[in-house]
Design a binder for this molecule. Structure first.
Ligand code: AMP
Length: 436
C-alpha cells in the first residue's frame, strides 16, 4: 500500500474554514490516521481504497471532502448561473449495507455541515419504512444521499431519483454489502452512474469479490490500510466459565464493575429476549436489538442506548457492524460469533476513536476450539481467565476435543469420512441452543 506523508493537524489537510471550525467544535484534536492520510488526496479528486473499520474516523474521511466539493461547486454554479440541475438529481452518493448505518452516516454528515449555511441537503433512504415519505423528501433533488442498495433501486425505478449527475460515489463497508447479497443491486446501480466520477471504497476486509469490484471500478486509487481495533485502547479478555453459568457471570460482571453501559452479543434473535428475561430476574434491565424488530423499535432502542438511557443492550450481529456508540465501555460476547471477522467487528464497538474499551468473551468448554480459531485467524492470543466465584471445575483437553467435533452428518452419504477440523461458519453452530 502507498505510503503518504501525513499531516498532523486538521489545518494542514486543505479543508475550508467552516469545516475546520466544525471539527474544532467537535473536539477533534487531530486527524485520525486515515483522515490524515486520505483527506488531502480525496480533496484533490483521487479515487481511494481504504482498509478501515468503523471507529477509525472513516466517515469524516469521505464526508468532509465531499461536503467541501459540493459546497464549492454550488458557489461556482451560482456564479455561472447556467447549469440548472434536474429536480431529481443527486451529487454525492454513499452506499451502505444497513439502515442504521445509513441513518448514522447521514447524521454525521449533517453535523459536519453545521457551518455551511444549510446549503447542503443530505438525506438517508433505506428499506423497512414508508417509501412515500422518502420520495417526498427527495423532491427537488439531494446533494448527498446515503442509501441502502435495494431501496435506492426502488426509488430510481419510480423516478424519485436519478444518478446521472453523481460526481462522488462512496462504497462504505463494501465487504459487508457484498456478503449481504447486494452484488446484483450494486451492479445495477453502478450501471446507472456516469462514467466520470470519484470513487471512495471502504472495506474492513478484502475478499475476492471486493478485490474484483475494486479493479473494475477504481481509477489509479490511493491505497490506505489502517488498523481497526487499536490494541492500546481496546483490552480483550476471555473468561472460561461453566456451561450454564454465563447469565450469572454476566450479571455479576455488570454489577461488580458498575458498567454504565454494556453491549452483549448473542447468536440468535430469540436468545436476545431469553437472556433479557433471565437478566431481569437478576435485577438487570436490558433491551434487545435484532432483525425481527420493526424499524421504529430499532431506532428507539438504538437512540436510547446511544443516549445512555438504556444501559444494557442485547443484540445479534446486526449491531456488530458500523454502529458508533460513543464511549461504549464494554462489549460482551455471551455467545461467540460464527466467524473470526465478526469477532473483530463486535469488539470494535468499544474502544473507538482513542477511547479506552473492553471486550469480554465468555467461553464454556464447547467454545474452546472455536475461540482458538478466532484467535488464530485474527492473530491474537489471549490468556484464559476465570471469574472469581465462578471457577470452572476442570479444563480437560478431552473436553476441548469433544467440543471440537463437528456435528454428525446425515447417514448414507457414501463417502468415507476423513478426520478433519470443523470449519468456521460450519456445522458446529447449526444445532446450537442456548445451554441455559
Ligand atoms: P467513524 O469511524 O467515522 O464511525 O468514527 C468513529 C467515531 O470517531 C465517531 O464518534 C466520530 O465522531 C469520532 N471521530 C472521527 N474523527 C475523529 C477525530 N479526528 N478525533 C476524535 N474523534 C473522531
Amino acid at each position: 500500500m502507498t505510503s503518504v506523508t501525513t499531516p498532523a493537524n486538521f489545518k494542514e489537510l486543505g479543508l475550508i474554514t467552516p469545516l475546520l471550525a466544525r471539527v474544532t467544535e467537535l473536539e477533534y484534536l487531530q486527524p485520525t490516521p486515515i483522515q490524515a492520510q486520505a483527506i488531502p488526496s480525496v480533496l484533490a479528486g483521487r479515487d481511494l481504497i481504504a482498509g478501515a473499520n468503523t471507529g477509525s474516523g472513516k466517515t469524516a474521511t469521505f464526508a468532509l471532502p465531499m461536503l467541501q466539493h459540493i459546497f464549492q461547486q454550488q458557489d461556482a454554479d451560482k456564479r455561472l448561473t447556467s447549469k440548472k440541475k434536474q429536480g431529481n438529481y443527486v451529487t454525492g452518493l454513499i452506499l451502505v449495507p444497513t439502515r442504521e448505518l445509513a441513518k448514522q452516516v447521514a447524521d454525521s454528515i449533517k453535523s459536519y455541515a453545521a457551518h455551511l449555511n444549510g446549503a447542503i441537503k443530505t438525506l438517508a433512504v433505506f428499506g423497512g419504512v414508508s417509501v412515500n415519505t422518502q420520495m417526498l423528501a427527495l423532491r427537488g433533488g439531494t446533494d448527498i444521499l446515503v442509501a441502502t442498495p435495494g431501496r435506492l433501486l426502488d426509488l430510481i425505478s419510480s423516478n424519485a431519483i436519478k444518478l446521472d449527475l453523481v460526481s462522488t460515489l462512496v462504497l462504505d463497508e463494501a465487504d459487508r454489502m457484498l456478503s449481504l447479497g447486494f452484488t446484483e443491486e450494486l451492479t445495477a446501480l453502478l450501471a446507472l452512474l456516469p462514467k466520470k466520477k470519484q470513487i471512495l471504497l471502504f472495506s474492513a476486509t478484502f475478499p475476492e469479490q471486493v478485490k474484483a469490484l475494486t479493479q473494475e471500478l477504481l481509477n489509479n486509487p490511493i491505497e490506505i490500510q489502517v488498523q481497526s481495533a487499536d490494541a492500546s485502547t481496546l483490552v480483550q479478555r476471555v473468561f472460561t466459565v461453566n456451561k450454564g453459568d454465563k447469565t450469572a457471570v454476566v450479571a455479576h460482571l455488570i454489577k461488580q464493575n458498575e458498567w454504565r453501559q454494556a453491549l452483549i452479543f448473542v447468536n440468535a434473535k430469540h436468545h436476545c429476549e431469553h437472556l433479557a428475561e433471565k437478566l431481569a430476574k437478576r435485577g438487570i434491565t436490558a433491551e434487545v436489538f435484532h432483525g425481527d424488530k420493526g424499524q421504529g423499535e430499532r431506532s428507539r432502542v438504538l437512540d436510547g442506548f446511544k443516549a445512555g438511557d438504556i444501559e444494557v443492550l442485547i443484540a445479534t450481529d446486526i449491531a456488530a457492524r458500523g454502529l458508533d456508540i460513543e464511549k461504549l465501555p464494554v462489549v460482551i460476547n455471551f455467545n461467540l460469533p460464527r466467524s473470526p471477522s465478526d469477532y473483530m467487528h463486535r469488539i470494535g464497538r468499544s474502544g473507538r476513536a482513542g477511547e479506552v474499551g473492553l471486550a469480554i468473551s465468555l467461553i464454556d468448554h464447547e467454545d474452546y476450539h472455536h475461540f482458538k480459531i478466532i484467535e488464530k485467524k485474527n492473530k491474537i492470543r489471549l490468556e484464559r481467565e476465570q471469574v472469581k466465584g465462578f471457577e470452572v471445575a476442570e479444563v480437560s483437553s478431552d473436553s476441548i476435543t469433544a467440543a471440537a467435533k463437528p456435528m454428525a452428518k446425515p447417514e448414507g452419504t457414501g463417502k468415507k469420512k476423513r478426520k478433519k477440523k470443523p470449519a468456521i461458519n460450519a456445522d458446529i453452530w447449526s444445532g446450537y441452543t442456548d445451554p441455559e
